[in-house]
Design a protein around this ligand. Structure first.
Ligand code: FAD
Length: 461
């Protein structure tokens, strides 16, 4: 679909170059759980073009949403107004290898960013499971990895550049517009278009990865000590299996010092483990389960029994990130760390009582408390519990049961993963919720950056 230029025509808004524009101009997310029919597409290539596009949309009475890579399961990015595709607004603007401060254009994918940082001898201190997201998209929904002493991606942000509803470009940080900064680091794109992100990076580092099956009961019992003893600790558990796959990733001393390293996983083994076993093989089991749902508990136990140990070392981002080609739907809640045992016990009791079996594993991760207003780890050391179901299998009863379990633990939903909470429920979970809404009303009084998802989670602008 083509952008029809307004008064400020010629700002380079010509549809989705780089990512093929759907013939009918529609938008769909990765999981297929959200669709939209934007009235207009824009593809700005400079910050001035972002400003012009926002002003043009305002004159046309259109609302505006910036698009990331569409990897949110919620319709956070959906719009019937102007969809701003930022895939032409990428790359590093400035980097100081001494301080680690790196300013990045917001449409840069994490994959591209990791490669560029590598070239500079830098890295992000912590990352999630995949690298397909754009930097701004990942930040806006509070994307996180795991690590009891580390926060999510937004805790690595030093400053943001934003284009506000009136088209003005501003910057914010702890010392400049601190309230806007506290709100916008995890801001769901409700405050403006994030144009640049200044990250506080760390020198590149190597991770020693150790993954092995452990009886689930043992993992739960030793959870606190495992979380404390490892830089990045998480586990997966197939709901009908008895074992969990425990992943421990620990930083190695710089090359040439400390103990000898195991070395990276050979290419053939990486291909076998990730592409064949975790993607092609697991995908085939999922398809079999979808065709014959009564087989799912057995297939799930088989997957659990097939878990095997592996140890290797590699550049941090190659250890954090794994390919995810099997499509699924997901809900994830952040609960106070001390509530995890109770939540998992309830979940284990609930799964066998569900009307439809569950094919995908549960993932458990941790993060340190932070001070970002809408961060799911705001003010409390956090455990994340993520539940998944294979695409095309029924999931409603499972996700509802999970929501009622985590509700008792004051669980906060991941902003980019499926949940049913509204502003009334969310305001009770976030001490600075009303401050967020106040700042939003100040910078976007007309709700230019609104959509139906934001109307649900924040109430009327
Ligand atoms: C396979 C898979 C694995 C995942 N793994 C993890 C994980 O390990 N940890 C985790 O926490 N989450 C994970 N997620 C969730 C994912 O990280 C988030 O949903 C993230 O927001 C997706 O980024 P995106 O670039 O696709 O953004 P989108 O989903 O496209 O957009 C997300 C939000 O950001 C807004 N936005 C995007 N760019 C801008 C901008 N420049 N300015 C203002 N607003 C903007 C959009 O409007 C929207 O509201 C995963 C998702 C999938 C599908």
């Amino acid at each position: 679909m083509r952008y029809s230029p307004g008064r400020r025509g010629g700002v380079g808004l010509t549809g989705r170059r780089g990512r093929p524009a759907p013939a009918d101009g529609s938008w769909q997310n990765w999981a297929g759980t959200a669709t939209a029919a934007p009235a207009r597409w824009g593809r700005p290539r400079t910050e001035a073009e972002i400003s012009a596009a926002v002003k043009d949309a305002a004159e046309a009475g259109l609302r505006v949403r910036a698009l990331g890579s569409g990897h949110s399961f919620t319709p956070a990015a959906a719009t019937d107004g102007l969809a701003l595709d930022l895939s032409g607004w990428t790359g590093i603007i400035a980097a100081d290898t001494r301080t680690g401060l790196v300013t990045v254009r917001s449409g840069t994918t994490l994959r591209a960013l990791n490669a560029m940082l590598d070239g500079l001898g830098l890295a992000m201190a912590n990352l999630g499971d995949i690298d397909a997201q754009t930097l701004a998209g990942a930040l806006c929904t509070g994307t996180h990895g795991t690590g009891a002493r580390l926060g999510g991606l937004a805790t690595q942000v030093e400053a943001l550049g934003l284009v506000l509803a009136d088209g003005s470009a501003v910057t914010c940080s702890d010392s400049e517009r601190p309230e806007l900064f506290a709100a916008a680091r995890v801001g769901l794109g409700a405050l403006g278009v994030v144009s640049t992100v200044t990250l506080r990076c760390v020198p590149s580092f190597t991770l020693a990865a150790d993954e092995r099956p452990v009886p689930l009961g043992d993992v739960i019992e030793q959870f606190d000590s495992l979380a404390a003893a490892n830089d990045h600790f998480e586990f997966y558990w197939f709901p009908y299996g008895r074992k969990a796959l425990v992943k421990r990733n620990n930083r190695l001393a710089p090359a040439g010092t400390g103990a000898p390293r195991a070395g990276p996983m050979p290419g053939w083994r990486r291909f076998w483990e990730y592409e064949v076993m975790e993607n092609a093989g697991f995908g085939a089991l999922c398809r079999l389960g979808r065709a014959s749902p009564r087989l799912i508990p057995a297939l799930n136990r088989f997957s659990s029994g097939a878990l095997s140990a592996r140890s290797y070392t590699d550049a941090s981002h190659r250890v954090f990130v794994t390919p995810r080609r099997v499509r699924f739907v997901e809900s994830e809640y952040a609960v106070p760390r001390e509530s995890l045992g109770g939540v998992l016990a309830e979940l284990r009791r609930a799964v066998p009582r569900l009307p439809d079996p569950v094919m995908f594993p549960v993932e458990v991760r941790v993060a340190a408390a932070d001070d970002i207003w809408l961060s799911t780890a705001y003010g409390r050391d956090t455990a994340y519990v993520a539940i998944h179901q294979y695409a095309g299998l029924p999931y409603r009863a499972y996700f509802d049961a999970f929501e009622s379990i985590v509700a008792d633990a004051a669980g906060r939903p991941h902003w980019g993963k499926m949940h049913s909470l509204d502003a009334g429920r969310l305001s009770a979970l976030y001490p600075r919720f009303d401050d967020f809404r106040r700042v939003r009303a100040e910078v976007d009084p007309e709700g230019r950056f609104g959509n139906s998802y934001l109307a649900r989670v924040f109430g009327p602008p």
